[in-house]
Design a protein around this ligand. Structure first.
Ligand code: GLY
Length: 402
């Protein structure tokens, strides 16, 4: 006999609540990965290449029974404190107004909690701030001034994060009149961003940049690198995922975001599920690269769900990269301006570093730092061979001209 709508609805409600009227939680078998993962029984840490130098201290921390999130933060804090690393923290490249604005997020597997802070000025150690938000507020995400005030209330130091070196590179960018206003690479009007300079005009532009850099007193030893950052704005970031011998897992991601961005721009790093995601039943993953693209595919979460459904770390990462390609219908004219790297660690210690392109430029491949008792730097596996081009194209769609 067919059910009436009323009978059907009450049947659904009973099923969900159980006969006692109390909600029955999903069983472990329902939420656990398809193939139940056994922990590696030893610590394993993966991170973006710029964390390599700091892996030993984090590994030692895990060997001594320390917390996995504390270990991951020990790695990313290295570049955050380093004034010469312009991708995060002190000395990070600023926004278009010359102000360093930082983003970070973290996930703590053992307690299944998350914290995040975005668009924060004057606070250097953003991964620690994300952990403070997680541990000392009832929120997951704080942004801007409120996040800065929260950091100071929690005892963190307010300081100017723009170094003399990054100030000069910002001034060089200012004088070159580059900007993020106008259509992005995902817009149907993306070609509007080309300046269509002739070869002579491109040379003239490059010579102008050289002259301004000299006037600004940018050290000749780093002048070419500074000009490169004007022409190809970087999205430097660091992610770290850590696994303890007992199977605990955590991850964090921290960044100064896209260089010369519009103030208030948030990338993927502070977005739980995009720049960082950890579910210690399955694994932990994080990203560096084009934040806007990664948000559109919820990269880190997609990777964890792929592994939950049986994919290896490599397959899970490649599938996620292919989702970015699909967002452009495979249009390589535009995908040359997109880059993305994922750092993936599964609960059993299997790991992968995958990237859309081999590297940012020939001879500088994307890398993943690994420590599982032996510390090493490995090249990522890339979907496309070659170097990505940074957006927006200011000089010409080819790095060969520089
Ligand atoms: N992936 C860092 C950013 O886009 O801000």
């Amino acid at each position: 006999m067919p059910w009436s709508r009323r009978e059907f609805m009450s049947g659904v409600a009973l099923g969900a609540l159980g006969s006692t009227g109390v909600a029955t939680p999903a069983t472990a078998a329902e939420i656990a990965p398809k193939q139940r993962m056994l922990a590696a029984n030893k610590p394993v840490i993966v991170c973006a290449g710029n964390g390599y130098d700091y892996l030993d201290r984090a590994y030692e921390h895990l060997k001594n029974g320390g917390d996995t999130l504390d270990a991951a933060i020990l790695v990313v804090k290295g570049p955050e404190d380093d004034p010469n690393d312009d991708s995060v923290g002190l000395g990070g490249l600023p926004n278009e107004e010359g102000v360093v604005e930082l983003d970070a997020s973290c996930m703590h597997g053992p307690t299944r909690r998350a914290g995040s802070a975005g668009g924060v000025r004057n606070i250097r150690t953003m991964a620690e701030l994300a952990r403070e938000v997680m541990n000392h507020s009832g929120h997951v995400m704080l942004v801007g001034e409120g996040a800065e005030r929260f950091a100071v209330a929690r005892g963190m130091k307010r300081e100017n994060l723009l170094t003399d070196e990054t100030r000069k590179v910002w001034l060089l960018w200012k004088e070159a009149h580059s900007d993020w206003w106008g259509p992005g690479v995902s817009s149907p009007n993306w070609r509007d961003r080309f300046k269509n300079r002739s070869a002579d005009e491109r040379l003239e532009f490059h010579e102008r940049l050289q002259r301004i850099a000299e006037d600004l007193g940018i050290d000749p030893a780093v002048r070419s690198a500074a000009i490169h950052k004007i022409v190809y704005p970087p999205t430097g970031t660091i992610h770290c995922s850590a696994l303890a011998a007992n199977g605990d897992m955590s991850g964090c991601t921290t960044t100064s975001g896209l260089a010369w961005k519009i103030p208030g721009r948030l990338g993927d790093s502070p977005i739980i599920g995009a720049g960082c995601y950890t579910d210690q039943d399955v694994g932990s993953a994080g990203a560096t690269g084009s934040g806007e693209e990664n948000i559109r595919v919820a990269g880190a979460h997609t990777i964890i769900e792929n592994m939950r459904h049986g994919m290896s770390p490599l397959e899970a990462g490649m599938d996620t990269l292919k989702r970015i390609v699909r967002n452009y219908n495979g249009d390589m004219n535009r995908l040359q301006y997109v880059d993305m790297t994922y750092y993936i660690l599964r609960k059993d210690g299997a790991y992968a570093g995958v990237s859309l392109w081999t590297g940012y430029e020939p001879g500088r491949p994307h890398t993943i730092g690994v420590h599982d008792g032996t510390r090493r730097l490995e090249k990522t596996v890339s979907l496309f061979e070659g170097a990505s081009q940074e957006w927006p194209p200011i000089v010409a769609p080819s790095k060969a001209s520089l």
